[in-house]
Every structure is written in structure tokens, then in C-alpha cells.
Design a protein around this ligand. Structure first.
Ligand code: AHR
Length: 514
């Protein structure tokens, strides 16, 4: 099997936003408690922030973190999480059938985000609450002082405003499972009025309207159109959520998930353009893919949800602690490739979630923290992708999939920055055979600096996972990769192992004059 890829360093899709490498911490399961926060853990600091987890987060390299939900936010009272910890109320969290102690709240999160060196993306509750509460939490966070809310923040220990810039107007309001679920018209009106007031309180905010929960929603398309008709003049981004899973052993379709994400983004982008044109608005609305990942939702719907409810109301029960396989890591790598290919549309993205809940990092209470298989494509792409995303032309072998039609056997993305650093990301969707790739990059004479590949470890199968005891799924160098030159640029040849994700790092020897 073989693939030819053509690129030119001057033919770019657009700059790679650092916010493409976002993540998500929700008050859900063990994401916060015994995830990022565990007072008394041997690695925790005086604030209870787990040092082993912070170390892995720095290695993972996220840029922005969405908080506090997710479904959780739609019944959340932000005031419960501020003030003296011992006076905070204990409440039911209806979204995740859990007890919320509120011992970790806004100030703790702001301090943790600073320690993790990530920007905060804060979601307001538009499920059970509305315009006033959204404006209140914004004033509490961002107003310097002299008002009741800003002075309350100062009295609670944060003299300087948090200065959160990115705000989500609710979460998945199209979903019947969402507390306070709304029609597109109801949500669009509420989001518009909330946005208007939030901009009055702090004109510097960037606002994200809630798009569809997934492409299969019966309201997909109409939801985006209606919500934007209400909000287009008031928001900067529209969210898109996308989770992928393997259906009934159909690995070919699962490995083609990035093609589905490409299509979802392009279709949503077309709707945005249409609404903006009809409204005569000369502005850009980006797509915020603020929940994406691989997630075995069938297990959650068929088994785990029932177990959660049968287990009664508990504090931070284990919820959706999926063990990720080699196959999952390969799909995550290709989804990152899709985000890179769509940087003309996607202004930010958050892998959901960060720790324990459908996460690249897992922990045991009082025990170890470890990297799941999916950790590696994220950390490598975040570290290597820089500058501009290059437009690629891919020709050669294809594979047939039941759900997504025919797709290229290799999913490819590449970036190139002004200092001549180049990164190439390749997913081999062939499950049984290696695939040869010949990639020509015009306009630069490049040297191959490093290679990493995540593939099935010797003697194992594609379901291999990592655990607290061992991390066998990890990147290893790819043997046999070469870079040669001709007058037009560089020709890279690699042989990708079956079912694998590969990253190449190249450095420029000579770049063609513009
Ligand atoms: O990330 C888990 C859940 O998935 C989020 O709470 C919700 O927004 C989505 O449906």
C-alpha cells in the first residue's frame, strides 16, 4: 500500500492557534477530587493540588482549560464554590447523580490554572439560571474592585481580578439530557441577552454560543442557524462537540473518525457563513470544538449510568474512567490532524476531559498518576505543531468504511513555522499492513530531526492499554525514515506500521525566498 503527499510551505490553510490544544476539567466523577485535587496525597502542595498530576499536565502541554462543566454547569450555583471552605454548602449534583462538597471552587480553580499555566475558559449556567447570574460571576471574576461582588472576591483572597477572557454561554442546551434543555429559539434569545449584558460588564470578553452536542442530533444544522440568527452579532465562537467510538467492531469506520470531524466542521462553517452573509455582518465567528475525544458512550448509556444511580448519591464516584487502547490513541492522533487541517475554521478546541473522566491522565486516590495511550498524540502534537497548517494533497490507496464512505488510507496534517520548523502527523488506517508514504514538501530543504510512532507493541494486540503499573503504549522511534532533496524541496519517505500514528519533526536547512 502506498500514499503520495504534496505540500508547499507557502500554501497554508492558516496559523495554528495555541488554543487548539485545550482541555477540560468538569466537576464530574474524579476529575477534580482525587484527580487534580487531593489534599493529603504525598505529592500534593499545601493547597491540595496533586504535584504528580501537574507534572504530567506540563508534559501533556494543554493551553486552555474549560471549567466547571459540561452537564454539571447547568445546575451549578457558582457562589457555592467561594468563601470559607467550611461554610460552603453541600449540594446534590443532578447531572452526575453525585454529592458536590464545593470544597473546590472558583478561587481554587483559578489558582490551580495558574499553577498548571493554562488559560481559563469559564462556562456559565444557562440551564437553571440566567442573565443576572452570568453577569454576576463575570463581575466577581473580572471587575477590579469597589462593587459588592468584586469586593467579595477581594475579601475571599483574590485582590487582583482573575481576568478570565473566554466564556461559554451554557453547555449543550440542545440535548434533552441537559438540565434546563431549551429549543434553539429559547436558547438563542437567552444567549443573546446574556451576551449583551456580559459585554456591558466587561467589553473584553470572548463569548462562545453553544452549538450542537453532536452531529447526529436531529436538530443539527437548524440549531446552529437559529442560535446564530439570535447571537451572531454578539458572540465570537460557536461550539461544536464530537465524541467518537468503535461500533460493533467496525474498526475501519472508527479509524476514519477524522473524516467525519472534517465534514462536521466544514458543514458547521458553511452555516456560520450563511447566517453572517444573510445578516450582513462583516465578522468572523470561529468554531470552538470545546468537547472532543474518543468515548465508549454505549458502555456509559447501557451499563455505567445505571450503576451510578444504583450506587446512590456519593461524593466523586468513579464515572467514565475509560481505559484507552492503541486504537483509541491512533484515532485521537487523527482527530488532532483534523483540527490542524481546519484551522481556517477552528479557533480553539478542548479535549474532554483532562484527568480520570475520559482522560489522557489517570490517577488512583493516594496512589500513582499515569499516562493513558491517548496522552501521547496530544502531547506530541501540542509540542510540535507551530506556525501555519499546510494544505496537503494526498493521493493513493483508500479504505472503504461502513459509516464514512471511502477515505485515504493515511490521514495527514503538517505545520511549518517561520523559523523553518516543520512537523508532519500521519495516521495509518490500514490495520493489517504497513503503508509507504512519500511526502514532497516544496519550498524548503529540510532535515529529519526526530520520529515518534504509536503502534501496537510487539507481542500485543490493538486493544493494549496502559495502567498504574505499566505504560507499554508509548511512542517509539520509527525506523527507516529518510529525507532527500531535489531543487524543489524535500522528499520524505516513511513506512508506517499497521494501525499507527506517527509524528515527524524536521528542521529547515534552507527555505526558498518568498
Ligand atoms: O464530557 C462529558 C460530558 O459530555 C459533558 O459533561 C457534556 O457536556 C457532554 O455530553
Amino acid at each position: 500500500m502506498g500514499i503520495e503527499i504534496e505540500a508547499d510551505v507557502s500554501d497554508v490553510i492558516g496559523p495554528v492557534p495555541r488554543r487548539l490544544f485545550g482541555t477540560f476539567v468538569e466537576h464530574m466523577g474524579r476529575s477534580v477530587h482525587t484527580g487534580i485535587f487531593e489534599p493529603g496525597h504525598s505529592t500534593s502542595d499545601g493547597r491540595g493540588f496533586r504535584g504528580d498530576v501537574l507534572g504530567l499536565i506540563r508534559e501533556l502541554g494543554p493551553s486552555v482549560v474549560r471549567y466547571p462543566g459540561g452537564n454539571f454547569v447547568s445546575a451549578y450555583r457558582w457562589e457555592d464554590g467561594v468563601g470559607p471552605v467550611d461554610s460552603r454548602p453541600v449540594r446534590l449534583d443532578p447531572a452526575w447523580h453525585s454529592i458536590e462538597s464545593n470544597r473546590f471552587g472558583l478561587h481554587e480553580f483559578a489558582a490551580w490554572a495558574e499553577a498548571a499555566e493554562v488559560e481559563v475558559m469559564y462556562a456559565v449556567n444557562l440551564g437553571t439560571r440566567g442573565i443576572q447570574e452570568a453577569a454576576d460571576v463575570l463581575e466577581y471574576c473580572n471587575h477590579p474592585g469597589g462593587t459588592e461582588l468584586s469586593e467579595r472576591r477581594r475579601a475571599n483572597g483574590a485582590d487582583r481580578p482573575f481576568g478570565f477572557r473566554l466564556w461559554c454561554l451554557g453547555n449543550e442546551m440542545d440535548g434533552p439530557w441537559q438540565v434546563g434543555h431549551k429549543t434553539a429559539d429559547e436558547y438563542g434569545r437567552l444567549a443573546a441577552e446574556t451576551a449583551r449584558l456580559m459585554r456591558m460588564v466587561d467589553p473584553g470578553v470572548e463569548l462562545v454560543a453553544a452549538g450542537s452536542s453532536n452531529r447526529e442530533m436531529p436538530t443539527f444544522g437548524e440549531w446552529e442557524r437559529t442560535v446564530l440568527e439570535h447571537t451572531a452579532g454578539l458572540v465570537d465562537h460557536l461550539s461544536l462537540h464530537a465524541y467518537y467510538q468503535e461500533h460493533e467492531g467496525d474498526v475501519a469506520s472508527y479509524l476514519a473518525s477524522a473524516a467525519a470531524l472534517d465534514d462536521y466542521i466544514r458543514t458547521t462553517g458553511g452555516i456560520i457563513d450563511d447566517v453572517l452573509a444573510k445578516a450582513g455582518l462583516d465578522k468572523k465567528i470561529g468554531i470552538s470544538v470545546d468537547e472532543w475525544n474518543v468515548w465508549d458512550q454505549r458502555r456509559w448509556n447501557d451499563v455505567e449510568q445505571r450503576e451510578l444511580i444504583d450506587g446512590g448519591w456519593r461524593e466523586h464516584p468513579r464515572i467514565i474512567e475509560d481505559d484507552y487502547t492503541v486504537t483509541d490513541a491512533v484515532v485521537v492522533g487523527s482527530l488532532l490532524g483534523s483540527l490542524l487541517r481546519n484551522v481556517d475554521r477552528v479557533t480553539m478546541a478542548n479535549q474532554a476531559q483532562l484527568v480520570n473522566v475520559i482522560a489522557p491522565i489517570r490517577t488512583e486516590p493516594g496512589g500513582r498518576a499515569w499516562r493513558q495511550s491517548t496522552f501521547h498524540p496530544f502531547s506530541l502534537t501540542s509540542a510540535l505543531a507551530a506556525g501555519n497548517s499546510l494544505r496537503l494533497t494526498v493521493t493513493g490507496d483508500t479504505v472503504h468504511t461502513g459509516l464514512h464512505g471511502r477515505v485515504d488510507v493515511v490521514d495527514a496534517a503538517a505545520t511549518f513555522d517561520e523559523d523553518g520548523r516543520c512537523a508532519v502527523f500521519l495516521t495509518n488506517r490500514a490495520t493489517e499492513s504497513a503503508t509507504g508514504v512519500r511526502l514532497r514538501i516544496r519550498g524548503a530543504r529540510l532535515a529529519l530531526a526526530d520520529t515518534w510512532t504509536v503502534a501496537v507493541p510487539d507481542g500485543h494486540d490493538r486493544h493494549r492499554t496502559n495502567s498504574a503499573d505499566a505504560e507499554p503504549v508509548r511512542p517509539v522511534p520509527l525506523p527507516g525514515a529518510t529525507a532527500a532533496h531535489d531543487p524543489e524541496g524535500t522528499i520524505i519517505t516513511v513506512t508506517l506500521p499497521p494501525l499507527s500514528w506517527t509524528a515527524l519533526r524536521l528542521t529547515a536547512e534552507v527555505v526558498r525566498d518568498a
